[in-house]
Design a protein. Sequence first.
Length: 263
Amino acid sequence: MSFKIFLIINLKITFLGTGTSQGVPVIGCTCAVCASADERDRRLRSAVLVEAAGKMLVIDCGPDFRQQMLRADVRSLDAILLTHEHNDHIIGLDDVRPYNFLQRRSMPVYATERVQRELRQRFAYAFDRQPYPGSPSFQLNTIDYQPFEAADITIVPIKVLHGLMPILGFRIGDFTYITDVKTIPETELSKIAGTKVLVLSALHHAVHHSHANLQEAIKLAQQIGAGQTYFTHISHSMGLYAAVHSTLPPGIYLAYDELQIEL
């Protein structure tokens, strides 16, 4: 099976957060990573900002969304893509309200039907027939595993497995973002082929039931063969950035918050 990839000449990627669900430092932890003075060891919850063709897209909207938008000085936002419904990927959606007010429209949010059901439960107040004044406003758009357009940009959804749970990665031109992954079905690999910049999650060194560890992520990266691969969704148990980064194979890197890539 082959997929037509609509190439975008210029993309700018900003890592808004590269941490796991607890972030780094972890509350109450005194390990070397959590106590590190290296800013590359301080990680908000995982999300990225994609700038393409004058449009601004965010992939995932966790509890640090407000802080991330302020830090990156994102004054307008065209759409939000959601990989799955875990709290560290959706619970910041209430903070789209300033964009609702500034842009005078509902925020387009793209997600599968399963994720939309969760949104309607967790943000029930926003979906009432008569929402209270000032509540966030969402325009839900269904992803059905076929290429779709968000803010006039073609997105290719990629079905991957977070343990046994099917979730989404996204390809935009020559950029592919896949977080919370344990395995990728062979049938989906054709969607990733030819990617120049790949982002994959790599939790830590130990085997985990629903996340790829470092060695599994390296194996996946080498199988896909992108020119550059960046690991995200990183736990404090991974170790210090400076120590781990230097051990990785050529073309594979640890991402860190506020890292920017242009392609």
